[in-house]
Each structure stands twice: as structure tokens, then as C-alpha cells.
Ligand binder design. Sequence first.
Ligand code: GTP
Ligand code: MG
Length: 316
Amino acid sequence: MAKDKKVKEIEDLPGIGPTTADKLKAAGHDTLDKIAVLDPHNLAEMTGMSVDKAKEAVDAAKDATVLEFSTASQVYEGRKAIGRIETGSKELNDLLGGGIEAKAITEAYGKFASGKTQLGFQLTVNVQLPAGKGGMGGKALFIDTESTFRPERIEAMAQAAGLDAEQVLSNILVVHALNTEQQILAVEKADKTIKENNIKLIVVDSLMALFRSEFPGRGALGERQQKLNAHIHKLQSLADNHNLAVYVTNQVMDNPAILFGDPTTPVGGNIMAHAATTRLYLRKSKEDKRIVRLVDSPSMPEGEAVMKITPNGIKD
Ligand code: GTP
Ligand code: MG
């Protein structure tokens, strides 16, 4: 095949039309790099194209993928430049290495009233603080799937921080998703909104609730996980492309396989476990105290912090 056309998108690959491209993207193979590492047999199976054609497409994807090497020190400099949003609790900030990180997905899971939503509210306020002062000088997008968004709570947090509450509220865009289609679309269509509004934080509260209720039972698990995978991939790519932080809340169940110790396990299976860069397990302690356990982090040791849910927001 003549390589006269420059391959920039999946659609530009030989033998791959818009419909096939959409199918691949929905399955999480949403960049040329990802196509470049596919086994052609696998690609053929997914798309119904011949193995030879699939080989051609994979080769073209490889050709189009520019792999750049950086020194570790360059990577280190880049990482220092990644923004962070403080949580309101110094102890928790320290546990996280300064706050929740941009270009990453932070997941908070725990039982009801453990503080997942409250922490999300606090982050929508704090992201608006200037960079270097606990925030990223940007706005927030809040995807509410449980109808638990409470502007009056955010107003109180903003006032306590000495901010103009009206201004703070007007910098939070809220989407109320009633089903997984709306939840998925809110993320699929977010690019433009993010750019126009300088969004630096996306909250999805809760990530799994609608998926769980719409796809009950083992029979629906495959379809659920496939949709979930594409949804989470899109969130991660928004985080990477726009240098923003993603905070998602997640529900828990008791894992019957855990006989000793705490059986509380986040839902969403392997897909969720792999997608979250940092996982936080929140649990109730005495009164307004909550224990936050850092379960999974690429750079920080496991550990625990205690935070408080106060009328003024999340504190030590
Ligand atoms: P689910 O969404 O039900 O799974 O729980 P969650 O983990 O999201 O809980 P959430 O973040 O909503 O935390 C609820 C806790 O926050 C409750 O124990 C409340 O007591 C506390 N809380 C909520 N609003 C206020 C408030 O205005 N002042 C104070 N002091 N506490 C509050
Ligand atoms: Mg909640």
C-alpha cells in the first residue's frame, strides 16, 4: 500500500473505517500506540478484517508512532511540574505527597458516610486556589450520578476558606447523570468544555453506581466491564491531555474470599484496580474523624492519615 497519506488517527489506518475505529475506541484501543502493540490476529478477530489486512494496519500504526526517549532527570523535572490539589487535611496531603495529582486518577472507596463525597466537594473548592497555594487555578467539572451534589455544602467550604462563595460555585460545572449513557457522554464530550473553562479537576461521584445497577448479575459483567474500561480510559486521556486531576468515588462490597481481616473491597474488579493511579480507602472513626488509607500509589508508601469532616470542610 502506498504510504501517501499521513496517519494521524486510527481512522487513517489502511482498512479501518470510521465504524471500525469507533468499535476499537470503545474497546479501549483508542490511540495509535495501542493499535501498534496489538497482535494482528487479535485485531482481525475484533474487527472482522483479514489477518493480512490487520497486519498492514498494525504496521502502519507502528510507523506512525513516534517513540521518544527522555532521560530520567527530564522525567523527574516533568513530574515536579505536575499540579496537585490539596485536600484540606495536612496529614492527608502528606500521605499523598502534597495532594491529589494531576494527570492521574485518584479513587476514594469506602462505605456510606465515609466522606468520599465530602472530599470531592472540598477538591472542587481547592482546585480553584492558585497553583502553589493548594490548587491549580482552575475550575471543576462534577459528574453526579447519585443526586448527592450539595451546593450549600460547597458554599460553606468556600466561605470558611475566605473565598467568594458565589464565584466558587460559578466555577463548578455540574452534570447530573441519570444512566450510564449520560455518564459516558458527559466524559466523551468534555474536551471542549475543559478547554473553554480551564477545568483542572473532574469528579465522578460515584463512578460505579449506575454501572452496577444497570448491569446486574454475572451475565452482564462482560459488557459492563467493557463499557467501564472505555469510560475510564477516556477519563485518563482527559487527565493526560489537559493536565488535570480526576477524582472518582467508588462503592465497596464484602469479599467473601477474605476470611481474616477487613473484607471491604472496592467494586469494579480488575479494570478499576488497574485504572486508578492512587487508591484511597476511607473509613469512619469516632464522630467526625475519618481514617484514610493509601492502598495503592506509584510513588508513596502505604500508610494512613486521619482527617475530619467539619462544618468548614475537610480538616485535620
Ligand atoms: P455514600 O455516598 O453514601 O457512599 O457516602 P460518602 O462516603 O460519599 O459520604 P459523604 O462524603 O457524603 O459523608 C457523609 C458524612 O459527612 C456524614 O457522616 C456527615 O455527618 C458528614 N457531613 C455531611 N455534611 C456535613 C456538614 O455540613 N457538616 C459536617 N460537620 N459534617 C457533614
Ligand atoms: Mg457520596
